[in-house]
Write a protein that binds this ligand. Sequence first.
Ligand SMILES: [Ca+2]
Length: 376
Amino acid sequence: MRIVILILLINFASIAYANNFVLGSAGNRLEGKVISEFNKPWAMSFITKDNLLITTKAGKLWLVNRSGEKSLVSGVPKVFEGGQGGLGDVVLHPNYKKNKLVYVSYINSDNAGKTRYATVIRGTLNRLDKPQLENIETIWKQAPARSGKGHFSHRIVFGLDGTEHARKIFITSGDRQEQTPAQQWDMALGKVIRLNEDGTIPTDNPFQNKGDLAKTFWTIGHRNSLGLAFTKNGQLWAHEMGPRHGDEFNLIVGGENYGWPIVSEGNHYSGLKIPTHDTRPEFMAPKLHWVPTVAPSGLIFYEGDEFSEWNGDAFLGGLKSKALVRIDFNNGEPFEAERFSWSKRVREVEIDDDGAIWVLEDGSSGRLIKFTKPTE
Ligand SMILES: [Ca+2]
């Protein structure tokens, strides 16, 4: 009996204190170190080995070093914060070292907030001592603008050099909580968008005969995707929030339709049932889905020395599930392998050059935590 109580105490301590250890559901442990804290952080990218760019929903872009020292990046356009939107993703151009280009997504409005749209801009960030975003150009505008404040998605990823997607950008564009636009050719909502690095439209996009807007589409039939990433072998994956549940992990293949809102693995919030993907094989089904919900946010494929046994695994943050989720693959088929929880909503995940896993918690005191392998 005494032994049982001791084990319970140890487990409680591990989960409760992120500055210490987190025990995963498969028995692996992470050692966490709190680096800094932000008001509603949303996304991050390493800009050098020792510096991160971090966005916050209210519109601040922070440059943060490994010790947690922050400086504000000036020159960021005004964002329309509200609902699920504000300042969004931040990614570097693959040739950032030479061209200093940084891509940022955020919520904009042409009528003081009456209708809103996600947009992607790029600018140069030349120096880190007095960081300023300059020479700003608009790369993409989510069309059409809508009055709602949800399901913007607006995650960005660059294609890998040496592949057909070199210097192409992919953007998730959510259904804006209107559902049916995800199946419409004249609305760039509920789609994955593929563009050249300067925002022009690649001529090899799949939907060339469905009108001008559709030429920007790579895939259709999506709901709300807050995570998009390439494997090192050039496979593109996105997760997607299901309605009440039924969150999806999808292999993104150009020209495919992922079925929303016609099919889903989840029910509507009202309880109304939606036919599952099984019933309509013409739509691409998720490779993995979750009931109950994980509420996935942020996605990376792990490659690194710190946890080399996890090379090729995916990591995503869980909002409602309050977890960092590890996904492994068996003959190319993903399955959930482990969940690390310290009872906080996890918004975003990144990997540094040494293979440490960095996460941002969600909310008004969202911590930046660096996870390494326990040394003891
Ligand atoms: Ca689907």
